[in-house]
Design a protein around this ligand. Structure first.
Ligand SMILES: C[S@@+](CC[C@H](N)C(=O)[O-])C[C@H]1O[C@@H](n2cnc3c(N)ncnc32)[C@H](O)[C@@H]1O
Length: 318
């Protein structure tokens, strides 16, 4: 059967009430049916093996254990791809721009949307890479993942916080929103809504890293996840993530929300397709663009706005 759209198993086996974060029951047969109808027999078989309780509801504890274990493997990938260093490369100049432009002493609040096990936030806290005036918060709708992030941070004695819930409903506003590996979970209109929520908030900027939609990405993901992930769910979702990755054009269009200047760092044309795995889309309040470029120095040449993307794509196609 023809695959209609790319579905990740991890998105289907948990459900929470978006208002209060309450866990909702998920029927295993329903997920299996959805995957079969979508033409993904392999994924349907993986889900059919998961344990159920009364009424055919997926065992929530077993699902949590599985997701924590898959994300633990995923964390190794973040380490190998040096996700912390990549973000700091942009966040340091961004915070310099924010400090000089606002003239406020801080604290500046960095919120990691969909932090999972909190690798990025814990890495930032452990390295103190952004300075003491930056408050580090990880937020996730998944209670098990964010609970584990909190446990690890306490065990490591780190100065950061983890919150269970919707990142857009925190009592305190973020100064900068970040994320890693989250954008491809939002298809079409939901992606625009994701960026609009940030543009409508008091936040001054965002920086979201996700899989670069290159032709090599699905193959790279297959090799990488085969080598690094043990559970079939992790292997399956890793490859589907790469297939779902948004193109540069889609990202820039969605991120160009009112009041935000959307920019891509190292779009396709400016990077080696064999090395590109992740690349960020940024949004900054318009008054921050010039100070950001100045703080980036020579690297500012790699920052491209929507008006320049067309010419980069033309050159890339040559
Ligand atoms: C694939 S995980 C990414 C985990 C982590 N960033 C990493 O790199 O390992 C995506 C996470 O985003 C979370 N998520 C999606 N929308 C969210 C929102 N509005 N607020 C908080 N978490 C959200 C989901 O619960 C899921 O755990």
């Amino acid at each position: 059967m023809l695959r209609v759209r790319h579905l990740e198993i991890s998105d289907l086996i948990t459900a929470v009430d978006p208002q209060d974060g309450r866990r909702l029951p998920v029927l295993r047969d329903e997920v299996v049916r959805q995957l079969r109808e979508n033409g993904d027999e392999r994924a349907a078989r993986i889900v059919a093996e998961l344990p159920v309780g009364r009424g055919g509801v997926l065992d929530p504890d077993a699902v949590d254990r599985l997701l924590v274990s898959v994300h633990t493997e995923l964390q190794r990938l973040s380490e190998e791809l040096r996700i912390g260093d990549r973000l700091v490369h942009l966040l340091r100049p961004l915070l310099t721009a924010i400090r000089t432009t606002t003239g406020q002493p801080g604290p500046y609040r960095l919120v990691d949307i969909g932090c999972g096990l909190g690798y990025l936030v814990r890495w930032l806290a452990a390295t103190d890479a952004l300075g003491p005036d930056v408050e580090l918060i990880g937020v996730d709708l998944n209670a098990a993942l964010v609970g584990e992030a909190d446990r690890l941070a306490r065990a490591e004695g780190l100065n950061c916080r983890f919150v269970h819930g919707n990142a857009f409903e925190l009592p305190e506003a973020a100064t900068v929103y970040v994320s890693t590996g989250v954008l491809h979970h939002f298809p079409g209109p939901a992606l625009s809504g994701f960026f609009q929520a940030q543009a409508a908030s008091p936040a001054l900027a965002f920086c979201h890293y996700d899989i670069a939609a290159t032709r090599l990405a699905p193959l790279g993901a297959r090799v990488f996840h085969r080598a690094r992930m043990r559970h079939p769910l992790g292997r399956h979702d890793g490859v589907v993530s790469a297939l779902r990755a948004h193109s540069d054009e889609v990202l820039l269009r969605a991120a160009s929300a009112p009041g935000m200047r959307a920019l891509l760092y190292e779009p396709r044309r400016l990077s080696n397709p064999f090395c590109t795995t992740l690349r960020p889309v940024l949004g900054v309040r318009p008054q921050l663009e010039a100070p950001l470029r100045s703080a980036l120095g020579r690297a500012a040449r790699r920052l491209v706005g929507p008006e320049h993307l067309a010419e980069h794509l033309t050159e890339a196609a040559r």
